[in-house]
Design a protein around this ligand. Sequence first.
Ligand SMILES: Nc1ncnc2c1ncn2[C@@H]1O[C@H](COP(=O)(O)OP(=O)(O)OP(=O)(O)O)[C@@H](O)[C@H]1O
Ligand SMILES: [Mg+2]
Length: 253
Amino acid sequence: MNETSIIAVANQKGGVGKTTTVINLGASLAMNNKDILMIDFDPQANATSGFGMDSNRETDVCSLILGKHSLEEVIVKTEVEGLYLVPGSRDLAGLEIELAGAEEREFLLVEALEKSVDRFDYVLIDCPPSLGLLTINALVAATEVLITLQSEYYALEGLSHLMSTIRNIRKRWNADLSVSGVVLTMFDGRLKLSQEVALDVKEHLGSILYKTRIPRNVKLSEAPSYGMPVILYDARSKGASSYLNLAEEVLQR
Ligand SMILES: Nc1ncnc2c1ncn2[C@@H]1O[C@H](COP(=O)(O)OP(=O)(O)OP(=O)(O)O)[C@@H](O)[C@H]1O
Ligand SMILES: [Mg+2]
């Protein structure tokens, strides 16, 4: 592969596994000898704290977007070989409001990334739980969207809104944007509900649904408090192996 895949991990619903997927898919792709850049594009900055790092630095995603610093200046290395991060910033929330009326406001991330992401195989963008200007910037900059769905009764609710947003982005700004896939997270095979949701989602989405389902696994929720991806925290956990499987599918698509 010589083209960089820029994957926006999105869903306007909160708490559906976006950040967990960015961190652990990122680490798993890096384990496959790929160079990965994660961009923490959520004012909550969970992807940054998940690596035990501080957000709101002198050089963070906000200073990148505002053109104060270059990509090379804001990137930090993680403990995983080949895995890099643009640290997040709470100021992104204010920026979203400030820029609401600005010209070219949908292209801030595109401009910040242009040409300088060539050395990475994949860029993973952690989107906030909304369809506001930040997510729009991510979708305009992306080549693909990866949607996480929590295995719960309301999983599909809101998906049509997200899909119509994606169609709109294609029409107006980014004709080549594709949906690379949908991944079910927090799956509990013992629950009839989880099984039913999986069937329902498969019926609706067909082949864009990844075969890998991410199980509900306590190691995945513990790892961020130790500042590491699950592969470093507990490499033998179900959480770790499921994200390695997902990475394999992503590499094949
Ligand atoms: N497979 C899983 N098993 C167990 N816990 C999980 C799993 N995936 C995510 N979690 C936990 O669920 C919570 C929400 O996950 P996460 O932060 O990844 O969602 P999110 O979509 O990024 O949320 P937000 O929309 O607020 O950014 C976190 O506490 C996380 O540790
Ligand atoms: Mg998140």
